[in-house]
Design a protein around this ligand. Structure first.
Ligand code: UT7
Length: 385
């Protein structure tokens, strides 16, 4: 039976501190009119001194898990998309796993710039489709306010901080990612780069003096790239799902620039009312922008369970990704074997693991028994000779 990864819970965390365009006017040679006209951004949320990426992610994940009715101990895997982890190592995904109190399940961080969340969703889908996992937490989190040069008016006006998370669970109801497209063109890497801090340019007094530890962006080139790839990625993913544009209930794009969103929507002839935009409130929250927008779309009633959604993103790499996602009701869990259904989870929160351990133990006994049989047969054959 085919297995799908339905999205059964979503959550977000937005730091309370707001920086408006008027605030930026006080320190930069910019105006509210310029920022709104060129990007659509009116304000962005920025973390306080005590906050970091793992904390934002844990808050968003708790929201998503509560909504899904899933205990962190019931997760099988955690995938986190971010380019701004707390540390280069340990991976922020392990900090999130520990902070949530999830069992010692696999957790990894995936880096694909602003496109990361769609890459992470597509990855989670593979683990579910293969039968490897039942329930996966997918997080998109970003704290770019600590990686931008607040004197560079070309970049700092764009970015904001935040986190979003979804819980994906196995089901036999057609849902989750119906199709996806992932793309990358590393030849444009220098257009959006954090030049130092990695192995190419490890931190030194020189890199610090040269201001190489903050994001550098050729906005015009990234803009051109985005308008080139997004429409194509959207058309491709909708057709791969066997659908027409009219079948998409809501288009939830990466929130990077209102003009880029309009151009992508126009290229697939999506009417304005089918396009979700919240960039005016949060700016570009990179890998967090789609999960945050997804949450808000549901909160505002723009998206409903049963809807078919289209995600599209682009970002550092340069990368792009799109996905058609159907959100189905989640009352029908994936079909389980009779013994998994009959034996209730009485003995502990980990009851299902113990229930699953019974047939595994049975199988081990059978293997041991067949080894024994094999040895006996061998001995008998020796005697026969
Ligand atoms: O998730 C991926 C992350 N990156 C992006 O999404 C970035 C994509 N690019 C963009 O969103 C746009 O390129 C920007 C919003 C960054 C800039 O808009 P633009 O229409 O491409 O402007 P521009 O870079 O071509 O700059 C036009 C002018 C320049 O002045 P000159 O050279 O024409 O005299 C800039 O110096 O605007 C100037 N400028 C500003 N003026 C006022 C640049 N930033 C500002 C500013 N305020 N904040």
């Amino acid at each position: 039976m085919k297995r799908y990864g339905n999205i059964i819970g979503w959550g977000k965390y937005i730091p309370p501190k707001v920086i408006t365009n008027a605030d930026l006017e006080k320190t930069l040679d910019t105006t509210d009119e310029w920022i709104v006209a060129r990007s659509g951004i009116r304000e962005r949320h920025i973390v306080g001194e005590e906050e970091n990426t793992s904390q934002m992610s844990i808050a968003a994940s708790r929201d998503a898990l509560n909504m899904a009715g899933i205990h962190p101990k019931d997760l099988d895997l955690i995938i986190v998309a971010t380019s701004s982890p707390d540390y280069l190592t340990p991976p922020v995904s392990s900090q999130i796993q520990h902070g949530l109190g999830a069992n010692k399940v696999g957790a990894f961080t995936l880096v694909a710039g602003c496109t990361g969340f769609v890459y992470a969703l597509a990855t989670a889908q593979q683990f579910i489709a293969s039968g490897a996992n039942e329930t996966i937490l997918v997080v998109g989190a970003e704290l770019l306010s600590r990686f931008v040069d607040w004197n560079d008016r070309g970049t700092c006006i764009l970015f904001g901080d935040g986190a979003g998370a979804v819980v994906m669970q196995a089901t036999d109801v057609p849902s989750g990612i119906l199709s996806y497209v992932l793309g990358s063109d590393g030849s444009g890497g220098e257009h959006l780069i954090l030049p130092a801090g990695g192995a190419a340019n490890p931190p030194s007094q020189q890199t610090l003096d040269a201001g190489m530890h903050t994001l550098r962006m050729n906005g015009r080139e990234v803009f051109k790239f985005a308008t080139r790839v997004l429409g194509r990625a959207l058309r491709e993913v909708i057709s791969d799902a066997g659908l027409q544009t009219e079948d998409i209930d809501l288009f939830i794009p990466h929130q990077a620039n209102a003009r880029i969103i309009e151009s992508a929507a126009r290229s697939v002839k999506l009417p304005e009312e089918k396009v979700f935009v919240n960039i005016h409130k949060y700016g570009n929250t990179s890998a967090a922008s789609i999960p945050i927008a997804l949450c808000e779309a549901f909160e505002e009633g723009r998206a409903k369970v049963g809807d078919t959604l289209a995600f599209v993103a682009f970002g550092a790499g340069l990368t792009w990704a799109s996905a058609v996602v159907k959100v189905a009701p989640h009352e029908r869990p994936v079909s389980k074997r009779w013994w998994q259904q009959l034996l209730p989870r009485w003995f502990s929160r980990n009851g299902h693991r113990q229930v699953q351990a019974i047939p595994r133990a049975f199988l081990r006994c059978r293997l041991k028994w067949s080894n024994l049989e094999e040895r006996l047969n061998l001995t008998m054959r020796r005697f026969d000779r």
